[in-house]
Design a protein around this ligand. Structure first.
Ligand code: SF4
Ligand code: SF4
Length: 190
């Protein structure tokens, strides 16, 4: 059984597309956001949230994780804010449809494409090489490393996941340069 078999049965309250603001969010880079706007015709303000994060979440974003998710969060965190997808009043992602499916699946943010895996950069002899790893522990997720340490690794998807990891790295660098300009131009500060 691979991870998708578990995900298809995941209850809405646990599903990784559902986040209480104090527990998590879906970070989105500028290029991902531009593509979503182009393809859906929605304005940035309809799907992007750039409000200040709860204090506890800001602390989490500053923590150092083994994987690069921490690096992504830390690099995008400016003044307690991170560009992320809006959630509905029930905390589901704004793009999760009534059947609990992603309504923008082909153009979903990179962070969604790589989940439930993540990556880290090798050190030493393999300095900088991207290694796909399991996501950090999540007590409720059926496929998280603590619940299913031996779940099948999708070898066939490995090169695709590495390409997504590279895109995340590019987004980090792009956001470092242009995020301030982007949020000002699109009046996303609230
Ligand atoms: S990755 Fe985990 S939380 Fe997300 S849908 Fe799959 S089983 Fe559910
Ligand atoms: S964009 Fe799609 S995959 Fe990503 S959190 Fe939202 S509904 Fe889930």
């Amino acid at each position: 059984m691979d991870y998708l078999s578990y995900c298809s049965k995941c209850p809405a309250s646990v599903h990784c597309c559902t986040h209480h603001p104090e527990d998590g969010f879906v970070a989105v880079g500028i290029k991902n956001a531009e593509r979503i706007r182009e393809e859906t015709g929605k304005e940035f303000s309809e799907f992007l949230d750039y409000s200040k994060l709860p204090d506890e979440m800001i602390k989490v974003c500053r923590e150092d994780f083994e994987g690069s998710e921490g690096k992504l969060r830390a690099s995008m965190l400016v003044g307690g804010r991170i560009l992320r997808l809006k959630v509905k009043p029930n905390y589901e992602c704004i793009f999760l449809d009534s059947e609990k499916k992603c309504s923008i699946y082909p153009i979903r943010p990179n962070i969604c494409s790589i989940y439930p895996y993540w990556y880290k950069k090798e050190t030493g002899e393999r300095e900088g090489e991207i290694k796909i790893i399991r996501h950090d522990e999540d007590p409720e997720c059926a496929v998280s490393i603590n619940n299913h340490p031996k779940i099948n690794f999708p070898e066939a998807e490995k090169s695709m996941l590495i390409e997504v990891a590279k895109k995340i790295e590019e987004e980090i660098e792009y956001c470092k340069k242009y995020l301030k300009e982007f949020v000002e131009k699109n009046k996303l500060m609230s």
